[in-house]
Ligand binder design. Sequence first.
Ligand SMILES: CC(C)(COP(=O)(O)OP(=O)(O)OC[C@H]1O[C@@H](n2cnc3c(N)ncnc32)[C@H](O)[C@@H]1OP(=O)(O)O)[C@@H](O)C(=O)NCCC(=O)NCCS
Length: 142
Amino acid sequence: MIIKRLDAPSTEGAYLCEKACLDEAWSLSDIAAMVDREDAVYLVALYGDTVCGTLGALIVLDEMQITNVATLPQFRRRGIAGELLQEALLTAKGEGCTAAFLEVETANAPAIALYQKYGFASVGLRKGFYKGKDAYIFKKQL
Ligand SMILES: CC(C)(COP(=O)(O)OP(=O)(O)OC[C@H]1O[C@@H](n2cnc3c(N)ncnc32)[C@H](O)[C@@H]1OP(=O)(O)O)[C@@H](O)C(=O)NCCC(=O)NCCS
């Protein structure tokens, strides 16, 4: 398994991975647009030619906002999301970020456990953030 920045050949696989995992997956064109955005960090995990994991993030001033993390169901619990997250955090540090943020639905126990394992903690709540469902705001100081 390798982790790399999104490129044109991996765009469709990233789209399929997001679609299989996320209620609010991005469109193919939204993902394709991330390839050239200088403020975007979009990582893919590749197993052969298959995109088995994705992580999208934006850098705004000295903060990274992680917008989506997904691992295809058949590849879960093998450390893929953890590797994507660590790589994204390293990139954020390298870009001079001092903190990383994300939102996670309060009922999403696997994702909450993932983020806590890598040092994120809740700093607030967004009421109704995901189609009416509440989300924690998670932060990790870098
Ligand atoms: C959340 C998600 C990205 C985790 O991906 P993954 O590649 O399976 O995660 P990892 O294997 O790297 O797990 C790292 C840690 O996260 C936690 N974790 C992951 N899945 C878990 C689960 N189902 N139950 C409990 N803890 C879990 C564990 O602490 C795990 O470490 P461990 O295996 O040493 O116990 C994946 O379940 C997914 O795509 N879910 C649907 C999309 C989603 O909810 N994304 C997050 C939106 S905010």
